[in-house]
Design a protein around this ligand. Structure first.
Ligand code: F0G
Length: 458
């Protein structure tokens, strides 16, 4: 008999979870103004809000915490991280930052100016925020297949080369500081980009004199999918595939809180000394001196270790199989999700799930709140609220897909927890026809409103 699959680790330290009643949760949601960011963690049983900074570090990472060097300048931990980045990604230059959006802030301060245009594959919200904050425009060039949840394309993070070239033809190269390629593409559902596409984007961009930036938060999951899905890569190691991927970029921004399995951290990697010199000044102003840039020495040391662990096949296989375990149950229940199942999360198509709730009443938010009420499971809206208003017209921007995302922290929950999540969502699905009204916004911020928005039940 073929042996079943099992996790490639065992558990040494545990953290208690708290169960609650539906009545508790109704009260807490009201107090939270129907914004799940306002819940306290003990009010949540299974927390799938994000896979960012919520992973469990290994014993080797905790050992690195003890070994951290906290020197202001020239810390050994900095050099450990510098060597890991050179080894894994091939970048000569790097700047540490406290997280991914800080890397964006520093790099974009050096490269993006008012009136610029930044094409990419469904930019993440902080990336788009940092572009729009500088009065520049983010243009989505993702392939159309990504926006049909039932189309089973193996690389739904790919860029459409015609859309990209149209941007390059429309604007002078001085107005396009770079193209951002997000690997895997979070917004389209944790969907990978193929090496073939990375190579084509790089070649096309360089032909027009435009640089390529990888938003690399989930680069290792992208490499895992390449190994499984792209011809010619089945026998390569994850690290060999990562090295191949990063041949096709000039720079990277990294949120280390995802694939590097640390609770906090980020960095920028670059080949070009001129860009490094420009960005360095902003790093010192916003983050800290270049050999710590917003991170403790111990955190840089744990991050260096995490980059190696995050690029091990066994770790990635355990991780992605858990996402698939949850996703396949939902597919069996007939629940509409983005297919194929992505790397870090399940993206539920809330428009198909709750067709009776009007779009203007925030379908994905409504579904997120229903799931929380059902079982204390916290997911997150990746839909109209997150998409913010159009900066010019101030109208709601309805995204092509209205998602509820359930992101799975690394090495944290067991498959029993996934069973609870699947059953809870099925229960909501079974009573979906009775859910006909949603919520209205009573207070919101002008940008990135989802974090602080306040809502009222209709
Ligand atoms: N890029 C991508 C693709 C991301 O998913 C994130 C964060 C960032 C950049 C910003 O990094 O949080 O370290 O500042 N994503 C988290 C999420 C918040 O829940 O998907 P950060």
């Amino acid at each position: 008999m073929k042996l079943p699959f099992a996790e490639s680790y065992k558990i040494k330290v545990v953290e208690p979870l708290y169960k609650s009643t539906r009545q508790d949760r109704e009260q807490w949601l009201k107090e939270a103004r129907y914004n799940i960011f306002n819940l306290r963690s003990h009010q949540v049983f299974i927390d799938l809000l994000t896979d960012s900074g919520t992973g469990a570090m290994s014993q080797f990472q905790w050992a690195e915490i003890m070994k951290g060097d906290e020197s202001y300048a020239g810390a050994e931990s900095y050099f450990k991280l510098k060597e890991a980045i050179k080894d894994i990604f091939g970048f000569e230059y790097f700047l540490p930052t406290h997280q991914g959006r800080a890397a964006e802030n520093v790099l974009f301060s050096a490269l993006v100016k008012e009136g610029d245009v930044v094409p990419g594959n469904a930019h993440f919200d902080t990336t788009k925020g940092h572009i729009e904050f500088r009065k520049a425009e983010a243009v989505d060039c993702t392939i159309d297949e990504a926006y049909d949840t039932d189309t089973n394309h193996p690389f739904k993070g790919n860029l459409d080369l015609d859309k990209l070239e149209a941007v390059y033809k429309k604007y002078p190269k001085e107005k396009i500081p770079f193209v951002v390629v997000t690997v895997t593409c979070n917004t389209s559902g944790g969907q990978p980009v193929s090496i073939e596409n990375l190579k084509q984007v790089y070649e096309l961009s360089h032909q027009y004199g435009i640089k390529v930036l990888f938003d690399s938060a989930r680069f290792a999951e992208n490499a895992y999918f390449i190994k499984l899905r792209e011809k010619g890569y089945e026998n390569k190691t994850i690290r060999e595939i990562v090295a191949d991927m990063f041949k096709y970029t000039d720079m990277m921004t990294m949120s280390s809180k995802k694939d590097a399995i640390v609770n906090m951290g980020g960095f920028i990697g670059m080949r070009d000394e001129e860009i490094f010199d420009k960005a360095k000044t902003f790093n010192i102003m916003f983050e800290g001196f270049i050999t710590y840039g917003g991170m403790s020495g111990r955190d840089m040391a744990a991050l260096a270790q995490g980059l190696y662990e995050g690029t091990e096949f066994d770790f990635l296989e355990t991780r992605i199989k858990q996402t698939e375990y949850l996703g396949n149950q939902l597919i069996d229940y007939g629940i509409p999700i983005q297919k194929p199942i992505g790397g870090h999360a399940i993206f539920v198509d809330a428009d198909k799930f709750l067709p009776n709730v009007p779009k203007a009443q925030y379908q994905a938010q409504t579904l997120t709140l229903e799931l929380y009420l059902e079982a204390g499971v916290r997911a997150v809206e990746i839909g109209t609220i997150l998409a913010d208003r159009d900066p010019v017209t101030r109208e709601n921007r309805y995204p092509k897909l209205e998602f509820m995302r359930m992101a799975i922290p690394r090495r944290v929950y067991t498959n029993n927890h996934m069973d609870v999540v699947a059953t809870a969502l099925k229960n909501v699905y079974d009573r979906r026809n009775k859910i006909t009204t949603g919520y209205k916004i009573i207070k919101e911020a002008p940008i990135m409103r989802h974090f602080s928005v306040e809502l009222e039940k209709i």
